[in-house]
Design a binder for this molecule. Sequence first.
Ligand code: ZN
Ligand code: ZN
Length: 162
Amino acid sequence: MRTVVCVSMLEHLNKEIGKRKAMDAEILDQDIKAKGLKVTIPRMKVLAVLSAEKDAPHLSAEEVYNRLLAMGEEVSLPTVYRVLAQFESAGLVKRHCFDGDRAVYEIDDGEAHNHMVCVCCSEVIEFVDSVIADKLQRLAAYQGFTISDYNLVLHGVCAQCK
Ligand SMILES: [Zn+2]
Ligand SMILES: [Zn+2]
């Protein structure tokens, strides 16, 4: 079975996802509080890096740390790991292991989306498709199964690496 994903639709959806993730400091602050966490400077900084609109929002702890260093922020790598773990258990970020052992994190905006991961450059492309979502719901219902969460990961080669 071949699934055709309309590229312009995909771009549109990706832009929407990008917009939602572009949050200002006030919203970041509210987000942290809404999850029952105390607002601390390292938490704000880590969240700001993950919420940056233009960059790929799927970052490893080391990448978050390196971006903070580049911004001149003084946060240690163990602190970044700790903050990400706290965010994950608070439901503020999602953790993925796309290529085995390397975990990457993204803001959990509560909207289900899937990923395409390039095996050459590790580029991550997000996509949503209502036809796939409906099909999965029907497959699950047929087994009397209730889906609480899912995340499809397509591995392959991106347009730039071809
Ligand atoms: Zn690639
Ligand atoms: Zn994602």
